[in-house]
Design a binder for this molecule. Structure first.
Ligand SMILES: *Cc1c(COP(=O)(O)O)cnc(C)c1O
Length: 234
């Protein structure tokens, strides 16, 4: 089956990323497009890889473990979904970054497993900026203390913040949440006592990544916009 739509979709998203960078006066190199490939078969990932994509996002440990050995080693795997502590050990040496750290227990487990495997894992703190009850993530007011508690754990490096904004028809409705996440990062940066950089902002999905880039996103996570709708029944 021809899946040339993937190339078209991917290039279309790349073009929009460039436009948003231009509009915001930002350097394109400061924004990484993560192709969110959850539920999609490796053949499709391979095709997007062949278009030049090296960053893929998954939300399940099992799926990362299945896909990892089937695809080139220069892929940067981003764990973007809720992570259970008992599964950390399976992916700690496979992922480039864990975007979804929202408990001290999880941060400590990552630290412990990273030390065992002799790696340093980049992490982001997940913030529920919109305070949606259905979502994981720290509340805005908790983040600064949380950061102070985990920043010195060995084996991990806190690189910034992540949020999953609400599903909205009009992306402008999420602009304030992106502004808020950026402000929170600025607050953290002004607290830091050493020169560890905490500059990454993972925000923006298919429906709102352009607005997120305008407000400072350094990682955008685009699934549907590249791979098409997901079918969870297969
Ligand atoms: C699925 C998912 C995405 C991608 O969502 P789309 O709307 O399909 O772009 C981004 N971030 C997270 C955390 C996800 O789980």
């Amino acid at each position: 089956m021809s899946q040339s739509f993937l190339k078209e979709n991917y290039e279309n998203v790349l073009e929009k990323v460039q436009c948003s960078c231009d509009k915001a006066g930002r350097d394109r190199k400061d924004v990484t497009l993560i192709a969110v490939s959850k539920t999609k078969p490796v053949e499709m990932l391979k095709e997007v890889y062949d278009c030049g994509c090296r960053d893929f996002g998954e939300n399940k440990v099992q799926e990362i473990m299945d896909k990892y050995p089937q695809l080139p080693l220069d892929i940067r795997w981003h764990m973007i979904g809720h992570l259970q502590t008992n599964k950390v050990k399976y992916i700690v040496d496979k992922v480039y970054m864990i975007h979804s750290v929202d408990s001290i227990k999880l941060a400590k487990e990552i630290s412990k497993e990273a030390l065992k495997k002799n790696v340093v894992v980049k992490i982001l703190l997940e913030v529920n900026v919109a305070q949606e009850e259905t979502k994981f993530g720290l509340l805005t007011e908790e983040v600064l203390n949380f950061y102070k508690e985990v920043v010195d754990l060995p084996g991990l490096k806190v690189c910034g913040l992540m949020t999953i904004a609400p599903y909205v028809e009009n992306p402008e409705e999420n602009r304030q949440y992106f502004v808020d996440l950026k402000q929170l990062m600025v607050d953290i940066q002004s607290e830091k006592t050493d020169n560890i950089s905490v500059g990454e902002l993972s925000m923006g999905m298919t429906g709102d990544y352009e607005v997120a880039i305008e407000e400072g996103a350094t990682f955008v996570r685009v699934g549907t916009g590249i791979f098409g709708e997901r079918n969870y029944n297969i």
